[in-house]
Each structure stands twice: as structure tokens, then as C-alpha cells.
Design a protein around this ligand. Structure first.
Ligand SMILES: NC(=O)c1ccc[n+]([C@@H]2O[C@H](COP(=O)([O-])OP(=O)(O)OC[C@H]3O[C@@H](n4cnc5c(N)ncnc54)[C@H](OP(=O)(O)O)[C@@H]3O)[C@@H](O)[C@H]2O)c1
Length: 346
């Protein structure tokens, strides 16, 4: 019988890719959503290879521990991706902090072998006293007072949630591992827009005339999903935090790469800040994920796939001038209302 893995937020940007990879590897997948099983927002999941035979969707509320317990019962592993991604504290504190705590407790109650949590780089780098030359690692934590005083409520909630998850997992003897994605880009499997994809859409539509003086790290959505699955599978992978990032780019470099691939779009060429030196991004190491076998796709590949996907899904008008990145391995292996943008803290 196939091992069963539960994926919370299964129909989301990263969750959909995790489901796709798990099904391709022969797992039986239980996906959770706040929505009813037939909701069109999750219809794309049923088109995945293996879904008809091995996917089940369950309506689950992160604040209802009994519904989580029922979803996790009989599962070998759980991957918790469900989370709001915006900065309204009234809407996000409970599902992120209490929701994550409930997931840990329910996973422990259900006796799952390992819980993998999707956290965020925003739990690591939001600290004004951080040494900018030291790579972010297991012991890097965002400063909660700084998150609050700067109203970075998403980073605040995710940091408290992750710290609470470690504490609860230790208390319950649960094997926990945490994946820490940066800005995730690439092909959208889901029909709707997601927060991190909005990050580049605004540079393609002409909505943003100048780029900001910021640097961030980026990663391909398929690699981020693969990282979650490898961390779930590898016998000794529990008990640590895995930074999931391919490279750091200044926003100007990001725009230049986009313009090189898609010269037809009105991509900004000028920085808003003409006074200060270019801001450097945080340093990180992705070696622990490489050691688990994750191969990080170069940036041209995931930017290309993200834009093609925006065209295919009707978020961007199609153009004829795209330059296919030379590395064939970068190309896809398979073929409402937008949320507020919080990419500076992802
Ligand atoms: N994308 C990135 O660049 C990025 C970077 C760093 C970390 N992350 C983390 O990675 C995870 C997945 O991100 P994603 O980009 O795949 O996000 P996403 O596309 O927005 O998907 C997240 C899913 O979570 C569920 N959800 C949203 N609000 C919720 C709420 N209030 N209560 C319960 N469930 C809720 C939704 O599923 P239903 O509507 O079906 O319930 C949604 O599809 C999140 O934990 C996020 O914090 C993402």
C-alpha cells in the first residue's frame, strides 16, 4: 500500500507542486483546504498524474484541531504549507500561530513519522543587529520586537509560529523539520494569482516604473517543493531548518534578466533610489538541501517559466519575442483579487 502524506494548503502555489511530486513518486496524498472538495480553486489538482487514484481532498480548518487530527490519522508524514501571506494582523495571527501549533499537536496525536513545516526567510533575517556578512543559518531568528515596531506582522507571526512549533515538537517527541523558502517563482499550477508571483507581474505590466533599492533571494517553485519532499523522506533530515534559496539578486538585476528574456514588456530600467549605494541581500547557505539531493535551477529558468505561465493563464498578454534560456534543463519538465504584496518579507 502506498505511504500516505498529508499536505495542508494543497491547492496553493508551493502546495500544488508538492502534491504533484508526491503523486509522481507513488504516494497517496491527502490534501487539505478550507474549501469544499469541489471548489474550482483546487480543480487543477485533479488533473495531476495519479490524482484520480491516489489523491483525496479534505476540508480542514487550521483552528479546529479535531479536523486536523482526522486528516493526519494514518499518515506517514505531514507537510504544512497552509498560511495566509499578508500583513493584516487581525487576519493572520490566529491561523499562522495557533494554526501551526494545532498542526504540531495533531501530527503528534496522530503519530506521524515526520512533520515538515513551510516557514519563511522572514523568520531569520529581520534583525537590525544581524551581522550582514554572516550567512543565515539554523540559529538565525528575526527579532520579534523589531517585527512588531516595523509592522511586519507576517514575519512576526511566522517567527512566533515556528518557534512555537519547535517547542511543541520537542515537548511531544515529534520529528519536525522546517523548510525556509525565499521568494518562490516559476510555473503556476493553480489557476489563481499568488503573492510571490505578483512580485514580478508588476514589473511586466508597466504598473511599476522604477524598481526599489532592495535585494532578495529567489528559488524555483519546483525546487522548493522538491526540498519539502526530500526533507520529509531523508531518514536523518529531522530536527533542523533548511534555507531553500538559489541566489540573491538586487531588484535591478532581476529586472535586467526579465528584460533580457522578454524585451517586449515595459520593464523598469531605473532605480527609485538614486542616492544610496545598492542594498546587499542576506547571505545564506543551501548546502544542506544540496546534500539531500536538491538541485537548484538557475534564475533564468524560473523567471522564464513564471512569465510563460502568467501568459498561459491570462495574467499577461502574450508576446512573440521571448528568448528561451539556453539551458534546456531550465525549461518546464511538464508542461479575484490579487493578494497584497509582501514580497519584501517573504
Ligand atoms: N511563495 C513564496 O515566495 C513563499 C516564500 C516563503 C515562505 N512561503 C511559505 O510557503 C507556504 C506556501 O506558500 P504559497 O506561496 O504556496 O502560498 P499560497 O499560494 O497562498 O497557498 C497557501 C494556501 O494556504 C491556505 N490559506 C491561506 N490563508 C489561509 C488561512 N487564513 N487559514 C488557513 N489556510 C489558509 C490557502 O488554501 P485554501 O484557500 O485552499 O484553504 C492557500 O492556497 C506558506 O506557509 C508561506 O508562508 C512562501
Amino acid at each position: 500500500m502506498a505511504a500516505v502524506v498529508c499536505v495542508t494548503g494543497a491547492g496553493g502555489f508551493i502546495g500544488s507542486w508538492i502534491v504533484k511530486i508526491l503523486l509522481a513518486r507513488g504516494y497517496a496524498v491527502r490534501g487539505t483546504s478550507r474549501r469544499e472538495a469541489a471548489d474550482p480553486k483546487n480543480a487543477h489538482l485533479w488533473a495531476l498524474d495519479g490524482a484520480a487514484e491516489r489523491l483525496t481532498m479534505l476540508q480542514v480548518d487550521l483552528l479546529d484541531r479535531a479536523s486536523l487530527r482526522a486528516a493526519f490519522r494514518g499518515c506517514d508524514g505531514v507537510i504544512h504549507t497552509a498560511s495566509p501571506m499578508h500583513d493584516n494582523p487581525e487576519e493572520i495571527i490566529e491561523p499562522i500561530i495557533a494554526g501551526t501549533r494545532n498542526v504540531v499537536e495533531a501530527a503528534a496525536d496522530a503519530g506521524v513519522r515526520r512533520l515538515v513545516l513551510s516557514s519563511t526567510i522572514g523568520t531569520m533575517y529581520m534583525d537590525p543587529r544581524r551581522d550582514p556578512d554572516a550567512p543565515l543559518g539554523d540559529s538565525s531568528w528575526s527579532d520579534l520586537e523589531y517585527c512588531k515596531s516595523t509592522e511586519n506582522w507576517y514575519c512576526y507571526a511566522k517567527t512566533v509560529a515556528e518557534q512555537g512549533a519547535w517547542e511543541a515538537a520537542r515537548a511531544r517527541g515529534l520529528d519536525l523539520a522546517v523548510v525556509i523558502p525565499v521568494v518562490v517563482l516559476g510555473e503556476l499550477l493553480q489557476p489563481s494569482m499568488n503573492t510571490s508571483t505578483l512580485h514580478i507581474l508588476k514589473y511586466l505590466t508597466g504598473q511599476t516604473k522604477e524598481y526599489v533599492n532592495e535585494s532578495h533571494a529567489y528559488v524555483h517553485v519546483r525546487d522548493a517543493a522538491e526540498a519539502h519532499v526530500r526533507v520529509l523522506e531523508a531518514p536523518g533530515a529531522g530536527g533542523r531548518r533548511y534555507v531553500c534559496a538559489e541566489r540573491t539578486l538586487h531588484r535591478g538585476e532581476l529586472c535586467r534578466i526579465l528584460a533580457g528574456l522578454f524585451p517586449e514588456y515595459p520593464i523598469p530600467t531605473r532605480c527609485k533610489d538614486q542616492v544610496n549605494p545598492l542594498k546587499k541581500g542576506y547571505k545564506f547557505t543551501n548546502q544542506p538541501l544540496k546534500d539531500l539531493g536538491v538541485k537548484f535551477t538557475p534564475v533564468h529558468g524560473y523567471l522564464y517559466e513564471a512569465v510563460k505561465s502568467l501568459q498561459d493563464k491570462g495574467f499577461l498578454p502574450k508576446t512573440s519575442g521571448a528568448k528561451v534560456p539556453e539551458r534546456r534543463s531550465c525549461l518546464p519538465q511538464t508542461t479575484s483579487q490579487p493578494p497584497p504584496e509582501i514580497v519584501s518579507k517573504l
